[in-house]
Design a protein around this ligand. Sequence first.
Ligand code: UD1
Length: 440
Amino acid sequence: MSVGNKLEMDRYMVRGGNPLKGEVVIGGAKNAALAILAAALMSDETVTIENLPDVRDTNVMLDAMSEIGVVIERVSRHKVKINGANVRNVNIEYELIKKIRASYYLIGALLGKYKEAEVPLPGGCNIGSRPIDQHLKGFRAIGAEANVERGQISAHADRLVGAHIYMDVVTVGATINVMMAACMAEGKTTIENAAKEPHVVDVANFLNSMGADIKGAGTDIIRIHGVEKLHGTTYSIIPDQIEAGTFMFAAAVTNGDITVKNVIPKHLESISAKLIEMGCTVEEFDDTVRVKGTDHLKPTNIKTLPYPGFPTDMQPQAGVALALSEGTSLVTESIFENRFKYVDEIVRMGADVKVEGNTAIITGVKGYTGARVSSPDLRAGAALVMAALAADGVSIIDDIHFIERGYEDFEVKIRKLGGIIEKCGGDIDVQKFTLKTSVV
Ligand code: UD1
C-alpha cells in the first residue's frame, strides 16, 4: 500500500463537551504560500520564504518544484530557501501535483520566466466545477498559446506582450496566475475586475520584493509593468485568514474563549462581523483577536462573496455554528455550487438543515450528538471537527487527509485549547478512546 493510501486512512476521534479556551497561534496563509512558492522559481537568485505553513499542499508543491530541478533547502519547519536557476524541465510530471488545485500557479510562473509550461490539470477539493477559462484567457491575451489537452494545461509563447484583460468573474487563481506571468511580459498589463483577497496582495508584494512592478493589488484594477529579470528576496507570508477564522468560529460552536494570535484583524472583519451578529464577543488587538462564545447563539444570514465579503472557505464552519443558534438562518453559497456536502454529515449529528439550490436553511437545535462522519473536503472537514467538539459523546471523523491539506497540527492546537481529540491510523479502538476520555 502506498504512503498516500495509508495517510488517507487516518481519522480523528473526538469527545465533545469541552469549551475551547486559551491561546492559539496562526500559521502562514496556505493559499498565499502556494502561489509564492511557485513564483519563487521565477528568479535565478535564491529566495528565502518565512512563515511557510507546514501542510500537505505546500509540501506537495515543493516536491513538484524539486522534480523539475528547483533547488529546495528546508532551513526549518517554516522557512525554505528556493533557487530556480537550474530548472531543467518545464513539464511537470509529478503525480501528486494533480491533487492540489494550486498546481496551476506553476503555469504562470514557468510561462513568465521560460515562455513555456506544461502542468497536469488541477484537482483539489471537489467543491464544484472549477473551470480555468479565465486563466487561459489571460495567458492568451498576453500572447501565449494556451490549451488543455490530454489532461494537461500547456502554454507557450515566442514573446509575452502586456495587454488589457477584463476578468469575466472575480477569480483569485486567475488574477494571481496572470499577474505572475505578466510580471515578465514586455510592456504594461492591466487586469480589470481583479480579485482583492489578502493573498492576492501578498503575492504582489512578494513579486515586487523580487523587483516586479505591480500596482493596485487589493483593488479591482491591477497594473503591471513587465521586467526582464526578478532577483532574490527574503519574504514572510501573511497569516492564514481561514485558519484564524476557523478557530474564531470554534469559540462560537463550543461556547469557548479563544485568543487567536498572529493575525491581521483587518482581514477577519467579515468573520468578526458575523460572530458579533450571532451574539459572540470579539475583541481586536494589533495582531490578535479574542472571541468569546455565548449560551444563546443568535441566527443570522450569510452569503459568501469575494473579499471583502464573507469567504466561501468559512461557509461550513459558519454553518456548523448557526446550526446551534436559537432560530433559523439562511446560508447562501455564491462561489462554488458543491459546498454543502457537510450538511448530510451534521444532520447525522442532530442538526436540522435543508439545502435548496445554493441556499441552506438552518434551523438551530440544542446540541449535536456524536456520530461517525466523513470529511467531504478541507474546510468542511474542519467544520465537522468543530461540530464533534461541541457534540454530546464521541465522534469519529474519517478522511482527515483533506483537513491535513490546509491545517498544520490541527489536533495539537485543539488539544492545547482543551479539546479532546486523537488522531489514529488504520483500525480504530473507539471503546478504548471512550473509556479513556470518559474519566478526563
Ligand atoms: C481559491 C482558493 C480556494 C477559495 C477560492 C475562493 C487556492 C489554492 N484556493 O480557489 O480555497 O475557496 O479561491 O476564495 O487559493 N472561475 C471561473 N473561471 C476560472 C477561474 C474561476 O469561472 O478560470 C470561477 C470559479 O468556478 C468560482 C469563482 O470563479 O466560482 C472563484 O474561483 P477562484 O477565486 O478562481 O478560486 P480558486 O482560485 O480555484
